[in-house]
Design a protein. Sequence first.
Length: 198
Amino acid sequence: MKVFIHFFFSLLFCACAGLHATTPGSYVGAGAGYSVAGSEEGARKMENGGPAGRAFLGYNFNHYLGIETNYTSIYKTKYAVTDYEHQDKFTLENKINALSLVAKGYLPVPMSRTLNVYGLMGAAQIYSSISTKFTYMDFLKESNKGFVPTAGVGATYEVSPRFTTGLEVSGFGEKKGDYNHFGVPQTTLTTLNLAYKF
């Protein structure tokens, strides 16, 4: 997360280079890719990650600065939990969705009018749906939500005056659990995006 934040502020300083980056105006788009969730305390992760996606809507104030809101769906991650007191083994499934609001800073790539790199930083409302199974039977379901920081980096390529495609890597911070509730693990998401500019 610290790497994303440092990169974001570096973009803001480099924006004074005098080159034109992205096109001002509004845009809408979607992305598909791969997500990886972190570890849960007291549990063993059974899967490394899986498919994920997002939809987004944004507005660029000028060539260098914009704002974006997006809804992200993270792959349902499975964990193995062992109750050592009773020697019982449980399976925990955690499905995470996030609604984010981020600021974006763009940096043009020298010698290219169609390629830009950017950083984003903001906050996300995390929604976590947890299902715990014992011998294939659901015996505990709970939901959790909270605000966490989010940041990322990416690159866009202008396919035409209206369409852009891009690759983005972003992450969400964790929300720690307590004695009565599971937390929400830190997650990382890589997506290939397609956007339409109005």
